[in-house]
Structures are given as structure tokens and as C-alpha cells.
Design a protein around this ligand. Structure first.
Ligand SMILES: Cc1ncc(COP(=O)(O)O)c(C=O)c1O
Length: 368
């Protein structure tokens, strides 16, 4: 299907600039999510930057520290200060009570992030936004195909941003999109995505090149055709890990609420240092030694990355849960290339390392 679509677009010689594949992709995403507008972009980082600018955010914006650094960078890039709120350790999402503590007269907005596809407490966040006159938008990079209280992620706040990067379960090689029910905001973002052009020779906004190409949209449409199968496979892998890790003390997987729609694209394990005989970092080293690409996430937290570390050197004091969870989380490999047999092997490696923790610790120490 992908190759047929690519042949089509090559025959048409319409390679970018709001072509028919991008239009179809936007229509299908908006329909799937149940929103009025989808504006496809070259990636989610640029989509965040455009959404932030189109909403007129300024001053300070409250974000979680426990997120991919692009959430914070999209603000700082425009000289808006991201202020980092702590997380709820039960969901890994921004804690509403932590947001309230950070509000100052300079605050213009809150950006929630639906970490691992599990939706933020949108009701509480939006109530805070209303109470203090703040805009609310979401970084939904992880959460395409997920729901919150039965409503699809994508329809919360003023707008939400999806990522379709190659590492995401629905990908356009590189890509992203903003979805919204706000007609005027959607129109503004469409113009900003294309240098501010409102006609052949008429530029009415400051804009950028945020366009998605036709070949990327072709990939996205092809992935959309089999989205149910891809999610089923992610769920199969998640369940296989759950089974494989069941009897391992101190290592537990995060849960996805079966009453919601989930994409299961992240298999997230927490290693409890009080129970497991090896630390998260040691387990990641063991897996890397066996060529298993487990990753620490979102280690060490945005507040410990530059430029935030230098600009806000004391922010860790307000982020105890973020610090604790970032030291425990390990994301395990999944996706179409990972079979249940591979998962059994990964779980066996973990089991065997933990059973021989003393000798593993010595061997790791000798390697460094
Ligand atoms: C939470 C979050 N926000 C933003 C991004 C940036 O997405 P992109 O790579 O499409 O720019 C990512 C990428 O992984 C992400 O995880």
C-alpha cells in the first residue's frame, strides 16, 4: 500500500505544500479523534512551537519536568520560561496541586503532557486554567489513539499536539499534528505552518516552514489503515512482558486502564530500589550488554538538562517525585520487530541478573 501511494504521488509530481495525501491524512486524523481540525506538520516539536505562538503564550508556562525535552524547548526557543511542576507518581503525569504552587503574575499557560499515553487529569488542570485565566494545551505526543473518560485524547484544552516520529506506533517517518476544535486558531496555525502565506503574494503573519510532505502523509495513511492491528500487537507485547515479569520482585509494569482506549506503545517498568537487589541503572547496563536497548526515561528530567539546569538551578527542590521516578523507570523494547519469544528472553535476562545480583554488580563494576 505504501509503495502504491508513493508511486501515485510521484506520478502526480505533487511532493509537498498541502497536497492531496496530506489533506486526506488530516481529514482521517480529525475524524478518528473526533475534532474539527487537524493541521499536519513536519514534526511535533515544530507543531508545539507553532501552537504556542498561535495561542500568544508569553512570560512563564507551567510544564512537567517529566517529559521529553522538546516540550520545554518549544517554549524556551521562543524565550518563554518553562516552569517545571512535579508529577503524580501514580500516573507519571503533571500533578495539579504542583501547578497551582508555580502560578505567578507572569504565567500565561499550562501545557500538560499525557505521559505514556495515559491522559492527564484534564478536568483538574482545566479548572486551574479557568480559575487563573490561563490557556491550557497538551503535548499528546505519546497519546494518539488513547482516550480519557471515554473521550479521545486530542479534544482537550485549546489544542493538542501529536507526534508521528518513527519511534511512535503510528508514524510518518518524521511528523506531527495539532488538533483543535477552535476554527480561528486552526486557521492561524495553517498560515504559520506555511510562512504566513494567505495567498500567492500575501503574507499576513510571521510564519515558519512546518509543512508535512506527501511521502510522510503516505506513510501515515498506510499506518492508519492498520492501526487496530498495530495496537493489538503492542498490547500482545505488553501482556507478554507482564507475564514474564510477574514473579520478579521489585520490577513492575505501569498499568493501562482497561476502561479506556490505550495504544500500549510504551512498556514501562519501575524498578523499586528498596525491593529489587539491583538498581535500575544496573539492569539497563545488563540489558545493554546483551544488546537489548532498554532506556532510562525521562532521565534525568528536563530540569537537569541544559539550559534549564543553569537557568533554574534550584528547581529540583520542588520536584521530589520527578527525581524519584526518573531514577526508577526503564522502558523496554516493543513494537512490530519484537516477538513474544524475544520478550521471554529479555525477561529471562532480568530474572537471571536479579538472581545473581552480587556477581552481576561486581562484573559491572569491573567494566567501568
Ligand atoms: C512528550 C514528547 N513531546 C514532544 C516530542 C517531540 O516529537 P517530534 O520528535 O515529533 O518532534 C516527543 C518525541 O518523542 C515526545 O515524547
Amino acid at each position: 500500500m505504501l509503495l502504491a501511494r508513493i508511486n501515485d504521488l510521484l506520478d502526480r509530481r505533487w511532493l509537498t505544500n498541502d497536497g492531496p495525501m496530506v489533506k486526506e491524512f488530516e481529514r482521517r486524523i480529525a475524524e478518528f479523534v473526533g475534532v474539527r481540525h487537524c493541521i499536519a506538520m513536519c514534526n511535533a516539536t515544530v507543531a508545539l512551537e507553532i501552537a504556542i505562538r498561535a495561542l500568544g503564550l508569553r512570560g512563564e508556562v507551567i510544564v512537567p519536568s517529566y517529559t521529553f525535552v522538546a516540550t520545554a524547548h518549544a517554549l524556551q526557543w521562543q524565550e518563554i520560561t518553562p516552569l517545571f511542576a512535579d508529577m503524580d507518581p501514580g500516573t507519571h503525569n503533571i500533578a495539579p496541586a504542583a501547578i497551582e504552587r508555580l502560578i505567578t503574575p507572569r504565567t500565561s499557560a499550562i501545557i500538560g503532557v499525557h505521559v505514556w499515553g495515559r491522559a492527564c487529569d484534564a478536568e483538574a488542570i482545566e479548572a486551574i486554567g479557568r480559575k487563573h485565566g490561563l490557556e491550557v494545551m497538551y503535548d499528546a505526543a505519546h497519546a494518539f489513539g488513547c482516550s480519557h473518560k471515554g473521550k479521545m485524547v486530542g479534544s482537550f484544552g485549546r489544542c493538542e499536539v501529536f507526534s508521528f516520529h518513527a519511534t511512535k506506533f503510528l508514524n510518518t517517518f518524521e511528523g506531527g499534528a495539532v488538533v483543535t476544535n477552535d476554527d480561528a486558531l486552526a486557521e492561524k496555525m495553517r498560515l504559520m505552518r506555511n510562512f504566513g502565506f494567505a495567498g500567492y503574494d500575501r503574507v499576513i503573519y510571521l510564519g515558519v516552514n512546518g509543512k508535512m510532505t506527501e511521502v510522510c502523509a503516505a506513510m501515515g495513511l498506510t499506518s492508519l489503515d492498520s492501526i487496530d492491528e498495530i495496537i493489538a500487537l503492542n498490547r500482545r507485547n505488553y501482556l507478554a512482558y507482564q507475564e514474564g515479569l510477574r514473579a520478579i520482585p521489585g520490577v513492575s509494569l505501569i498499568h493501562y486502564d482497561p476502561a479506556e482506549r490505550n495504544n500500549y506503545q510504551y512498556v514501562v517498568a519501575e524498578v523499586d530500589p528498596d525491593v529489587a537487589p539491583l538498581r535500575r541503572d544496573e539492569l539497563v547496563s545488563v540489558l545493554h550488554a546483551e544488546n537489548v536497548l532498554a532506556r532510562k526515561y525521562f532521565w534525568p528530567g528536563c530540569h537537569r538538562m541544559e539550559p534549564y539546569r543553569s537557568l533554574q538551578p534550584n528547581s529540583a527542590l520542588l520536584l521530589p517525585e520527578t527525581e524519584r521516578v526518573a531514577a526508577r523507570v526503564m522502558v523496554l523494547p516493543t513494537g512490530q520487530a519484537v516477538t513474544p519469544e524475544v520478550i521471554q528472553t529479555i525477561c529471562a535476562i532480568l530474572r537471571s541478573a536479579l538472581a545473581q545480583s552480587a556477581s552481576v554488580r561486581t562484573a559491572l563494576a569491573q567494566r567501568t
